[in-house]
Design a protein around this ligand. Structure first.
Ligand SMILES: [Zn+2]
Length: 403
């Protein structure tokens, strides 16, 4: 199965690391950064595909760093991705400064006893995953045989390690969309859980509110620490779960209904790993909500022959859908208002972002190219294509059903 036929999720956990092992991991991170940089320096302006960069830089990484063979390969791939990204936005040569290193299933092993073994530049280290009390959402992936460990990353910040443990599962089977397919863009967020490129808004306020209520109950019950308190807390938790589940199903159904109403064969959402990075206001609770929501949408969409693709959401909130001008100040985060500094076009900022997400799927193809590109993106009043621009539904032979 091709790499892109999988859905991917990330479970973020702490690691308890013995002092000697911590030294080994930090040394690995230092060598990884150096290796990625060497590969970029070698390949910058020369090539950008994984295999090209690997061919060009692998030997040098093996000679000049302490990286093992597989980490040297991964570092050349990481360099290739960074070069590709920089080129896409005519950026400067990438610099590797963040204290992080990638792992794959050849450089890490996840064991049933909640430990993970990691390759370093020295001996392998084995450490405990630090999961939240009760196991957290992380344990659902660890315990679910449908999800297998996949590409992961170790981060070292403020004196502690965080492990972003990747999982993957085969995507539900959907026939590839026909040529000329239309895509519905979906922007994920905190205040609005989801907004479609056809201007349908799904509020997330109620869930955030319920969650806060739950946290207040938890805080007051934690203080008492009695057995009845923990029962009350469990019941409150179950209630919250039910409310969340029901709302996520409503939203997922709504999104897929919208896709169907506008004759879309594709739904594009922002890549979840990136979404979390781009939304500083998103809590782990929201990351978990997005994750569940996208799973629900994938399954509901698959039932109706609609495919879900993830696209890189970077800059989708800053880019003007009318003229393409991209600037952080195009957007007034407080007022949820997007107003282009160049052409003056204005819209709700999440709606503008949803249109950009759809358009990204049209223009560049989806992040994971399973051959699932779209020719047009669906807006409320018409479609946009790269060549013809905007065409109102009235001028198309077949207008979509409106709701
Ligand atoms: Zn503009």
């Amino acid at each position: 199965m091709a790499d892109t036929d999988y859905s991917r999720r990330t479970a973020v956990t702490g690691l308890s690391v013995a002092p000697t092992d911590a030294t080994r991991l930090r040394e690995l991170i230092a060598e990884w950064k150096r290796g990625c940089q060497l590969a970029v320096n070698e390949a910058w302006g020369v090539c950008h595909t994984r295999s090209e960069v690997q061919q060009l830089a692998y030997d040098r990484l093996r000679e000049e760093t302490d990286l093992g063979s597989q980490h040297a390969v991964l570092a050349t791939h990481r360099a290739a991705e960074a070069i590709k990204r920089a080129e896409d936005r005519s950026g400067a040569k990438p610099e590797f400064t963040s204290p992080t290193v990638a792992f794959d299933t050849r450089t890490m092993t996840v064991f049933d006893d909640r430990t993970v073994s990691l390759t370093t530049t020295d001996e392998r280290v084995r450490c405990d995953l630090k999961l939240p009390t009760g196991g957290g959402y992380q344990s659902r992936y660890l315990d679910d045989e449908d999800w297998e460990p996949a590409k992961s990353a170790l981060h070292y910040r403020d004196g502690a390690f965080a492990f972003h443990l990747g999982f993957r599962t085969p995507r539900p089977e959907v026939d590839a969309p026909t040529e000329g397919a239309t895509v519905l863009g979906v922007d994920l967020g905190v205040e609005n859980l989801a907004v479609t490129s056809t201007a349908r808004f799904f509020s997330g306020g109620e869930l955030a509110h319920r969650r806060e209520e739950f946290e207040r109950v938890r805080a007051s019950l934690d203080a008492t620490g009695t057995r009845s308190a923990s029962r009350t807390l469990r019941q409150a938790g179950d209630r919250l779960d039910r409310v969340v589940r029901q709302r996520l199903h409503e939203v997922a159904n709504g999104i897929v209904d919208e896709a169907e109403a506008y004759d879309c064969e594709l739904v594009a959402v922002g890549d979840l790993a990136e979404v979390a990075d781009l939304l500083p206001e998103a809590s782990p609770f929201h990351e978990w909500l997005f994750d569940r929501l996208v799973s629900f949408v994938e399954y509901r969409a698959a039932e109706r022959g609609i495919a879900v693709v993830e696209v890189n959401p970077e800059y989708t909130s800053q880019r003007c859908m009318e003229c393409g001008f991209t600037h952080p100040q195009n957007r007034d985060v407080e007022d949820h208002q997007f107003e282009c500094l160049k052409c003056g076009a204005s819209a709700h900022d999440d709606y503008n972002a949803a249109k950009n997400i759809a358009f990204r799927c049209v223009r560049r193809g989806p992040l994971s190219s399973r051959g699932l590109g779209a020719a047009a993106c669906a807006l409320q009043s018409g479609v946009v294509t790269p060549d013809d621009g905007f065409t109102p539904y009235a001028e198309l032979s077949e207008a979509p059903k409106s709701d």
